[in-house]
Ligand binder design. Structure first.
Ligand code: ATP
Ligand code: MN
Ligand code: MN
Length: 300
C-alpha cells in the first residue's frame, strides 16, 4: 500500500540548526561517502523514517574512525550524547534496571545523524507498551550458496504463507545479504508468549519448504538454505530500522519495498545513501500505513 501523502516531520527550522563536526571525514574507504553525506541522507529521508522509529527503544551503531572494524553497538547513554536524545529506565533480561535510548522527535534524530551515527536499530515494541511487541520480524539469513534471487523467491513464498494465516507481511532489504519480513501485530502478547509464538510460526513456515529453510542456528545447518531467524523477536533484541544505513562500503540502506518492487531488485546494495532519497521522492513510503494492518499473532 503506497501512500503518496508525505507528512512533514522535519521542518526547515530543524535543518537550519544542524552543525556537523568533521563534515569531510570519509566513511568506509578513501573515496567513500563523507560524514556530511550521511547527515544529509538522514535529513532527506527523515519524513519517511521517523514514523517507524519514534517512541521505540533504539540502539545505535557508531563508527567514529570511519572504519568498519572500529564500529560499535550502543544501547545505553554515552559521553557526548546529544541532549535531545531521550532516555528511560527499563528492566533488562537479567532483571536489572538499565537506561535505554529512544528518539522522540526530529531534533533527537537529526542530532544523532549529525553526530555521525551510522545505523539505527529498534525494538519491535514502543516505549509506551514496552512489554507488548507490535512487530514480528523474520530475518531471512541466506546460507552459503544462496543467490539474491533465491532470497527474493523465498521471501515471496513466506509472504503467501503468512497471508494464508490472515497476516499482512511487509518486506525490506536488510542492507546486507538478506531481507526482513515484518508483520504488524496487535500488541497483546507479552515477550514470554510472543517469542515462542514467532518460533512456532517460523517452524510452520520452514516446514512448507524444508529443503529451502532452516530454523536452527549454526552455519552448517544453512548451507544452501535460508535461516529463518526469529530470535529478533525476543525482549530487548533489535533489528535494523527501516531506512537505516548500514556501516559498510557505500552505505547501503535497509530499504522498505513493495512486494512488486522486491521482485524487480537485482542488486540490493544499489539502494544506498545516494540513490534512495531520489527514489523515495517519487514512490513514497511503501510501509506508510503499516499500523493499519496489525492483526492478532496466531498461536499455532
Ligand atoms: P544480513 O542480511 O547481512 O543478515 P542483518 O541486519 O539481518 O543483515 P546483522 O547486521 O548481522 O544482520 O545484525 C544482526 C542483528 O543483531 C541486528 O538485528 C542487530 O540489531 C543486532 N546486533 C548487531 N550487532 C549487535 C551487538 N553488538 N550487540 C547486540 N545486538 C547486535
Ligand atoms: Mn539477517
Ligand atoms: Mn540473523
Amino acid at each position: 500500500p503506497v501512500s503518496p501523502s508525505r507528512k512533514r516531520l522535519i521542518s526547515d527550522a530543524d535543518l537550519a540548526s544542524i552543525s556537523i563536526t568533521n563534515p569531510t571525514r570519509r566513511l568506509f574507504g578513501k573515496s567513500g561517502p563523507t560524514k556530511l553525506d550521511l547527515a544529509v541522507y538522514y535529513a532527506m529521508i527523515g519524513d519517511f523514517m521517523l514514523p517507524h522509529i519514534l517512541g521505540r527503544p533504539v540502539s545505535l551503531v557508531r563508527c567514529p574512525s570511519g572504519r568498519t572494524q572500529d564500529c560499535f553497538f550502543q544501547r545505553h547513554p554515552f559521553t557526548g550524547m546529544p541532549p535531545s536524545v531521550a532516555t528511560f529506565e527499563a528492566i533488562n533480561s537479567e532483571g536489572e534496571s538499565r537506561t535505554y535510548l529512544s528518539v522522540e522527535d526530529a531534533k533527537g534524530y537529526l542530532a544523532l545523524a549529525q553526530f555521525g551515527v551510522v545505523e539505527f536499530h529498534n525494538w519491535g515494541a514502543t516505549r509506551r507498551l514496552l512489554g507488548k511487541p507490535d512487530r514480528v520480524v523474520f530475518d531471512l539469513d541466506p546460507g552459503e550458496g544462496i543467490a539474491w534471487r533465491e532470497v527474493v523467491e523465498a521471501a515471496i513464498h513466506i509472504k503467501s504463507e503468512l497471508e494464508a494465516l490472515d497476516l499482512v507481511p511487509f518486506v525490506k532489504t536488510s542492507g546486507g545479504k538478506g531481507v526482513h519480513v515484518v508483520v504488524p501485530v496487535k500488541p497483546k502478547l507479552d515477550w514470554k508468549k510472543f517469542h515462542p509464538a514467532t518460533s512456532a510460526l517460523a517452524g510452520r513456515l520452514a516446514a512448507t519448504a524444508p529443503d529451502s529453510f532452516t530454523t536452527t542456528m549454526g552455519k552448517n545447518n544453512r548451507v544452501k538454505r535460508i535461516f529463518i531467524d526469529y530470535h529478533r523477536n525476543a525482549r530487548s533484541h533489535t533489528w535494523a530500522a527501516p531506512y537505516s544505513l548500514r556501516a559498510r562500503t557505500n552505505l547501503p540502506a535497509s530499504t522498505p519495498l513493495s512486494w512488486a518492487d522486491l521482485e524487480a531488485i537485482d542488486a540490493p546494495q544499489d539502494l544506498n545513501y545516494s540513490s534512495l532519497p531520489g527514489l523515495l521522492a517519487s514512490s513514497g513510503d511503501p510501509w506508510a500505513d503499516i499500523d493499519a494492518f496489525a492483526r492478532d499473532l496466531p498461536l499455532l
